[in-house]
Write a protein that binds this ligand. Sequence first.
Ligand SMILES: [Fe+2]
Length: 101
Amino acid sequence: MDLSNPFGTLVARKMEKNELARAISQDIAAELDAAALYQAHIDATDDERAKAVLAHIRDEEKEHVAEFMKLLEMLDPIQAAKMADRDSDISEILSAAGIDI
Ligand SMILES: [Fe+2]
């Protein structure tokens, strides 16, 4: 994201529902990226104050991921169906690989 452009985040019109779902998907990716970045910074420092603050913020980003995922399920019925099937899908994959869960 170009932070030097003050108009870079403006959207020129209201989004349709499918466009909003795609935007929320991008928001999820940004939250995951932020959480990974904060974890990398935790791993790269011995400053306990920084580690504590970064860990707190990292966990908030993970909460945001969960909240955005719920919103995406509400906006995207295909995603909602995939989320509903995830436990059985993972069980089948692991079972086929001979891995007990
Ligand atoms: Fe966030």
